[in-house]
Design a protein around this ligand. Sequence first.
Ligand code: LRH
Length: 498
Amino acid sequence: NSSLKYLAVDLGGESGRVVSGAFDGKTVEVEELHRFATGGIEVDSTLRWDIHRIWQGIQAGLQTANKKYDKIESVGVDSWGVDYVLLDDNEQLVELPYHYRDRRNIGTLDQITEIVPKSELFATTGIQFMEINTLCQLFAGQRCGDALNKSQHLLTIADYFHWCLCGSKTIEFTFATTTQCFDPVKRNWATSLLDRLKIPTHMLPEVVSPGTNLGNVRESVQKQTGIGKVPVIAPATHDTASAVVAVPVATSSAKNWAYISSGTWSLVGLEVDTPVISAEALMANVTNEGGVDGTWRLLKNVMGLWLVQRLRLAFSSRGFEASYEKLTELAGQATSAGCFIDPDDPSFLNPPNMEEAIFRFCNETGQAPPADEGEMVKCVLESLALRYSQVLKEVSALAKTRIDVIHVVGGGCKNILLNQYIAGATQLPVVAGPSEATALGNLMIQCKSAGKIGTLGDVRTVIRDSVELIEFEPTALTYWQDALVKFEGLCKKRNSQN
Ligand code: LRH
């Protein structure tokens, strides 16, 4: 058919995919061509990413695309945030990149803020304080080895694969803004901040805008995959930025919508016109991440479906095998778990066993723990919904915006039970879809770069016209009101313990 074919490489913490998008000028149809596992690997008691295996997965996907399509317009990569790859002056890999859940980051935030006060760090970068941030990782890296000194180029995960594809050594803007090493107001690397922390800056590359043509696929990759001299276009390389591009709002619906980009992490917030870097924003520990067409995302990282991913692993380690669908079904059948967790408690970032971590949390907060797998998953999903509701109240106050509707996008929006809980906990209507938001956002920025579509608003209209959306109305008001009171009390008690 006459539609144009684009390829998105979408890399998440659990899996990576090569997805095609066929755009006919009005609608876009996506198809997953290849999926492969990502996930961390243990190397000498550290947690790393096996980027060689990921690169193989990407190339296998490109081969499939080549067999399927006569012509591919362009290809672009997006990935999870904060992590980076170091190359030396011969463009060789300095080390296998660290995973943001590696232990080396523990304690870095306190060490950093002894040198640069929190208020100043936030005023310069606008970023939520989290030890997974690139800044904390670089600080840890600089303290425990000489990898940084050996490096000539720092590339983020997505931008590294752009380098693999076409040799470009740049970082795309949306990703740069999430590193906590970038000044969103000056629109440049925060070099004096980094100097004070003794983090080298010589390896920070040029920052390019989403939609930049990075060059054609290298000859060696053309040979390996058969895809020919296809242009590589940087999308919004940070997956959350791509996902929010694909929020299916009508241009006319003003700004009264919030989003939850739901995957391994839940990114919960608003689209705003300028970063919100106020004293209140610092207190609320929110983040300001750069988006497409001058937009910003005022949001908070919430622990997300990682909790369920790890519960599933913990269940399986004791012989209880179940798919995500099965686990959600059990949660739906469970009577109230009667307990909640704070999903963002540091003990859930990377515990050896998630089930035990939840038991411990319940014990320490004086709650009877869930009685079985269904109750356990119910406790997690309800707690997530309550946490989202808390965060949405905070960002709506900071941005002085009322929220009328919540769009849940990304793989997690397929979880109907969680969508119902969100509608209950927030007492707001929820619109679920598209589940392929990240890939769609990536693909549409490539179309936009090629001049096939105009504004971000036009992109969102195409998405609305292309995907099926499911709506959820708020129910069970008193149940959720009571739950919220209990949840908030619990978070307060826990914070005073820590
Ligand atoms: C979501 C995400 C998030 C980051 C995290 C590491 O996938 O990009 O925005 O903070 O991964």
